[in-house]
Design a binder for this molecule. Structure first.
Ligand SMILES: [Zn+2]
Length: 252
């Protein structure tokens, strides 16, 4: 079987699972997103299986410039220690930067203490710019979720909107050529702080990127065939909307 990898200015989905049932039964993979901009490689939200999936896709964690963690839920961070240990070559090399919210490193810490000596840890805050190896990462407004969450725009190439319920600032702050959003539900479910495909319409009414990609699917959404829902949204809005699949590569 052919496996995709990425070259310069490409991005790969090492997982598209969201929600407990999809992730913890591995109905889809959950290794997060890895991207390469100008030869610099970053991992975003290394969930369960991120290390295995990165190696499978011929990506070397020892070449990572950094890791961006949106928040401390397990489907986003379960493999962060393994990826850090690989990035630092078993702790033998001091290298790399980890960007993570304060509550993911200090309140309910997801990075083991012994593992913290060999990289630079930066706690992300809203509306801040971080430059790592020449790549600008701009966080945006604090999300509405159950823990501290930040998304970002990466080097003005793509925006990543992790877990949140919908609020009006989203389409104002995440304006980028490519927008990737964690859309767990097909339709809004009261009491769950997640986006649904109904929210994608609200977003596109305000701002239409060149490409809008939905990912992080819960079980109920998978049953509705996200690729068909994406096609329907494209037809109704005139915006190119795609449902991500495991191993999907895009140019950024
Ligand atoms: Zn979450």
């Amino acid at each position: 079987m052919r496996v995709n990898t990425i070259g310069s200015n490409q991005l790969i989905f090492l997982g598209t699972a969201g929600g407990r049932f999809t992730v913890f039964n591995q109905l889809r993979k959950s290794g997060g997103i890895w991207f390469n901009i100008n030869g610099k490689i970053f991992a975003v939200d290394p969930g369960p299986g991120a290390l295995i999936e990165s190696i499978k896709h011929k990506l070397s964690p020892s070449k990572l410039s950094g890791i961006f963690l949106s928040h401390r839920h397990l489907d986003h961070c379960a493999d962060i220690n393994a990826v850090i240990e690989s990035m630092t070559e078993g702790g033998h090399k001091k290298r790399g930067v980890v960007l993570a919210p304060y509550d993911a490193t200090e309140i309910d810490p997801v990075i083991l203490k012994y593992n913290r000596k060999n990289f630079t840890l930066i706690n992300t805050e809203e509306f801040s710019t971080y430059e790592i190896d020449g790549i600008k990462i701009k966080t945006k407004v604090k999300h509405r979720h159950t823990v501290e969450v930040y998304g970002a725009i990466f080097e003005n190439r793509f925006a990543f909107i992790p877990d949140t319920s919908y609020f009006d600032e989203l389409p104002q702050v995440y304006q980028s050529d490519v927008v990737i959003a964690n859309v767990v539900f097909c339709h809004e479910r009261r009491g769950f702080k997640h986006l649904s495909s109904d929210d994608v319409y609200k977003f596109l009414e305000v701002f239409k990127p060149r490409k809008f990609i939905i990912t992080h699917f819960g079980l109920s959404f998978l049953k509705q065939k996200p690729w068909e829902v994406a096609k329907e949204i494209s037809k109704k809005t005139g915006c190119d909307v795609t449902a991500a699949y495991d191993g999907m590569v895009i140019d950024i």
